[in-house]
Write a protein that binds this ligand. Sequence first.
Ligand code: DAH
Length: 336
Amino acid sequence: MKLDTDSIRKSIREFEINSAESLEQFRLKYVSRKGKVAELFSKMGTLAAEERAAAGKVLNELKNEAQSRFDQAKIDLESNLSTERAASDDITLQAPARPVGSHHPLTLTLEEIKRVFYRLGFSIAEGPEIEDDFHNFTSLNFPPEHPARDMQDTFYIHKDEHQIDKDLLLRTHTSPVQIRKMLEQRPPIRSIMPGRVYRNESVTYKSYFLFHQVEALYVDKNVNFAELKETLVMLAEMVFNRKVEYRLRPSFFPFTEPSLEMDIWWEQPGKPGKWLEILGAGMVHPNVLKSVDIDPEVYSGFALGMGVERMASLRYGIDDIRIFYDNDVRFLEQFQ
Ligand code: DAH
């Protein structure tokens, strides 16, 4: 007897597989244990002993061929399906919106201030928020018991429950970083010093117990008032992004002489215009240079200090300082 392998091999090769159903039919017919190939295996017993070895070899080949045709067809079918699915995806559909954060208005304002001074070749310096009397007051030419020390509503740090240490305090301005910078580096010095400062003030729409300042210091030979003035005008125009009408008003700070305050003319639609103070500045006082061992006969300098909240309030029309610290997303979202 002879097994009919040729016609089965032919139909394994020619069977059309183009869908999941026809794949399943192919499997049932040729691969499964009840299929045609299995059936031929079961007929082996009917063969003469000397025919069995050759027939077994042929049947094994047939079985392998059916299995590999099935495996390949399955792979082909799945990849067709996925390309069909990809073609039917609508890539113009709007993706769900992802929430995007925003920079805080104080950060945006500080960035703008930094940009002005980067242009002028200033670098950034930092100092500690817990300061001592020497850096915060004495070296800045505040005489002992001078009322200017009281002007700044200082937070002193308690040694223990009963004793206030008048030497250790939260810095009331960024000016002490001028001192630290000059102690660490000899002129020429061109630095800005941004940071937090603290004052014992009650919380209202216009005052808070902490806020941010940026100090600028330029010390070299022959630094003069005209350079200070140019710097102030450039600063105001870049921060407010327009030509500004300004005035430099004589003022007093212990650490500068002469000292000034800068006002800019402020107009808002429907309201009468007014002068608004935006910063303090002046030529570095000789006593300050002496306190850090810089010879005021050889070197001179200018310094200025401004409040970041003040600048940001004007830039964005914010009339309550407390909103800067609330972290209310409805407020912050507006600065994207
Ligand atoms: N430190 C001053 C303040 O907190 C601000 C200031 C004024 C800084 C004049 C300066 C300056 O460097 O020259 O009120």
